[in-house]
Design a protein around this ligand. Sequence first.
Ligand code: NDP
Ligand code: 8X3
Length: 250
Amino acid sequence: RTSLEGKTALVTGATSGIGAATAERLVGLGARVIGTGRRGERLEAMRALLGEDFRHARLDMTDAKAIRNFAGDLPHAPDILINNAGLALGLSGADEASLEDWDRMIDTNIRGLVHLTRALLPGMKALERADIVNISSVAGSYPYPGANVYGASKAFVTQFSLNLRSDLAGSKVRVSSVEPGLTETEFSEVRFAGDKEKAARVYEGTDNLTADDISLVIADLLTLPPHINLNRVEIMPVSQSFGPFRIARE
Ligand code: NDP
Ligand code: 8X3
């Protein structure tokens, strides 16, 4: 295992769920973490919890100019970039879904992620070694009803990760697509517009994954010997598996 001591990690969406758990774990492993998100009070709470190894900046991933300024103001490129900020909005069929929701998922999960990555990539490539971990989803590989644009945005994240590997051939930058399944966070609360009861039902009786579980996998891949690149890591709780094809009959 390699050490994260002295490394700087940028974690987007560090105010909740997988991002918050990852920030905490990486600080625990000796990294200095810069956490971002829109909710300033959550970032302050993370700072109070994690101390001076956690620095933070408010950053809305749908704001291209803010991303450019944020990346330009960093004193140096991070050794580790965890592209985690993202969301699903709604579970309606594609003929009924809100275009506004679709735009916001595209702007956050795709546009924001590629803008930040593009801004940081030259600096990261110049480092002796660096890591990019993109949080995709099982929804990027397997279709399910109502996943329409969310799932497609995650398919983009996975393929972008693999294409980054192609473009970074010969460099020391590793890139991984981490693809979690059912993980209890604020994800479903956001998807169902704040309906906590509906969100809780998603996880009821499932022995689901937790944000901490995903942070464990992320820490694992970051501390593997530097010549090992996990291209894709798909993770499900044992309670989750695959359904049959749906066949409509006359
Ligand atoms: P949470 O809702 O708990 O966390 C989402 C994080 O993303 C928050 O920190 C939020 O910060 C941030 N975020 C959302 N929109 C924006 C924005 N416009 N600008 C900046 N930050 C933003 O959910 P998860 O922890 O579950 O989600 C993290 C990632 O994991 C997402 O990409 C999600 O798609 C993915 N994922 C989740 C799974 C699950 O089952 N939970 C499974 C597979 C993948 P803030 O609101 O403060 O801006
Ligand atoms: C989140 C997992 O299955 O709810 O990406 O789409 S799922």
